[in-house]
Design a protein around this ligand. Structure first.
Ligand code: PRP
Length: 178
């Protein structure tokens, strides 16, 4: 198991419990339908892998890639699609699966993009919600943890492409964010 910097903010056991709760909530609220979970690359891949196994019902999954331009460790500025879905979502019950909602720009872009494709329903499941960072008003249907404005690593979250494989979510206390 790789070692990580900083201190642990959310331990793997807490993540597992919460992901289990989210999975059951999704199954309950989509009873009789097969939701299509759309993971947002790359960060959400780890969460997605656990979440689909926590849903005690049939699901389908796909991925989208997005890239946001902006300096430093913050996502900011314009959002652009780098990889599209491989299936039609028309008439489907779609759940966007995000690792974190920060400014809300990525999610706002994804919502607008996916709504043009006429899904039957469109919901959002985010593992982390950095509420105080929000710049665009976006609604979240399922949230794992609301966290303070800190730089996180592990469980899909990276620093320069590294540390995504850590099992716990770490926080860098004094990381100079811009
Ligand atoms: C992160 C995260 C969200 C987005 C949230 O992606 O996965 O997609 O930023 O920020 P926002 O609410 O301010 O738009 P990132 O650009 O770090 O890419 P990654 O998932 O590939 O690490």
């Amino acid at each position: 198991m790789p070692q990580g910097p900083g201190r642990v903010l959310i331990f793997r056991e807490e993540i597992a419990v919460r992901v289990g709760e989210l999975g059951h909530a999704i199954a309950r609220e989509h009873a009789g339908h097969v939701p299509l979970l759309v993971g947002v690359l790359k960060g959400a891949a780890v969460f997605m892998a656990d979440l689909i196994r926590a849903i005690p019902a049939p699901i389908a999954m796909d991925f989208m890639g997005v890239s946001s331009y902006g300096p430093g460790t913050r996502s900011s500025g314009a959002v652009r699609l780098t990889a599209d879905l491989s299936v039609s979502i028309e008439g489907r019950d779609v759940i966007i699966v995000e690792d974190v909602v920060d400014s809300g720009r990525t999610l706002d872009y994804l919502r607008r993009n996916l709504e043009t494709r006429h899904p039957r329903s469109l919901r959002v499941c985010a593992l982390l919600d950095k509420v105080e960072r929000r710049q665009v008003d976006v609604s979240l249907d399922y949230v794992g943890f609301a966290i303070p404005d800190r730089f996180v690593l592990g469980y899909g979250f990276d620093l320069g492409g590294l540390y995504r494989g850590l099992a716990d979510i770490h926080v860098l206390e004094d990381f100079p964010e811009v």
